[in-house]
Design a protein around this ligand. Structure first.
Ligand code: ZN
Ligand code: ZN
Length: 330
């Protein structure tokens, strides 16, 4: 089968590899149809992804077709379409026992820590597949991305009518907005990138679309989400949280984070991290997409045939107005 491997930063290579076969009764063989591209892939391509080793087959946002199921797999059928939860957890650590498979101590993310889906076929544990009779492969590939926002919003248990601010209108910030809208909050989005904000206006993604730092309300929001991964933004983020409010770091950066403790105490702030997403998030997202509450079609600004990925990845990196690129395999 055709496989695209990232051998070193900037160096993709097409290989002919062996089609995989089932090795356990709880596994499933899937055919890859759509692959979403995200920041992690770009960072890996540029050699800027921490804890990343080469060579690696990328691809963790996958829309797949079930081709073969192991004898003990009862809930899946050949021919079904599915989204893939790419977080392979150990099932035994402290986090796993608490049901927090998203932050397993030994977590391996497909396409990041182990080889992913930039190939024709993949073997996966059956419980990592989430099917839909309604969604297409591109939509299914974006379920994982949406999971990032879904989990981040679940972290704060936000209530209808509360004021929420999202810093950063990139794909991750957009996913956070979708779930804040579903929760019934009054949403504000902030970014310095005009093209990203234009997209938010055009598709009515938020109640307030803000491009000036001065328009952000100091201590004005019940919940604040930082989806920038930018240390300067993350440093300022606590200022916007109301007394008794919550701050979620969805994006991350490589470095120390500090704050002035009296400010933290005065507001009795809650600051939390959000990492990946959980199986229940996949079910919830697929239901919302099927019902039309989340429409990601406008996000897909570019579709790339698998054969052309090698030559076009550089190009994708320079397009600042690109919300989401999806690779299609036939
Ligand atoms: Zn991703
Ligand atoms: Zn674990």
């Amino acid at each position: 089968m055709k496989t695209l491997r990232l051998d070193s930063p900037g160096e993709f290579k097409f290989l002919e590899t062996e089609k995989p076969t089932l090795t356990s009764e709880m596994e499933v063989l899937v055919k890859i149809h759509s692959i979403g591209i995200c920041g992690t892939d770009y960072h890996a391509f540029r050699g800027k992804q921490p804890f990343f080793s080469y060579p690696r087959i990328l691809g963790h946002e996958l829309g797949v077709e079930i081709m073969e199921v192991g004898d003990q797999v009862k809930n899946l059928k050949v021919g079904q379409k599915a989204s893939v939860e790419p977080y392979l957890n150990c099932g035994e650590c402290h986090a796993c026992k608490l049901g927090k498979s998203n932050c397993c101590e030994k977590l391996k993310v497909l396409g990041v820590h182990i080889d992913g889906g930039m190939c024709e076929y993949l073997i996966l544990p059956a419980d990592k597949l989430h099917t839909s009779e309604v969604l297409n492969y591109d939509q299914l590939a974006l379920v994982e991305t949406l999971g990032i926002g879904c989990h981040a919003v679940n972290r704060v248990e936000v209530k209808s009518g509360q004021k929420a601010l999202v810093l950063g209108a990139g794909p991750i910030g957009l996913t956070v907005l979708e779930f804040l809208k579903i929760a019934g909050t009054e949403t504000s989005i902030f970014d310095l990138n005009a093209k990203r904000l234009d997209f938010c206006s055009k598709h009515q993604k938020a109640n307030h679309i803000l491009s000036e730092t001065e328009s952000l309300e100091i201590a004005g929001y019940d919940v604040v989400f930082d989806a920038t991964g930018n240390p300067n933004s993350m440093k300022l983020a606590p200022n916007y949280v109301a007394h008794g409010g919550k701050l979620v770091f969805v994006g991350l950066f490589q470095g120390d984070y500090s704050f002035f403790d009296p400010d933290f105490h005065r507001k009795e702030l809650t600051i939390m991290a959000s990492r990946n997403s959980q199986p229940a998030d996949f079910h919830f997202i697929i239901k919302q997409m099927e019902a039309g509450s989340i429409d990601v079609d406008s996000w897909i600004s570019l579709k790339v045939p698998f054969e052309e990925v090698k030559g076009s990845f550089d190009d994708l990196l320079s397009k600042t107005d690109l919300i989401k690129a999806v690779i299609n395999l036939n």
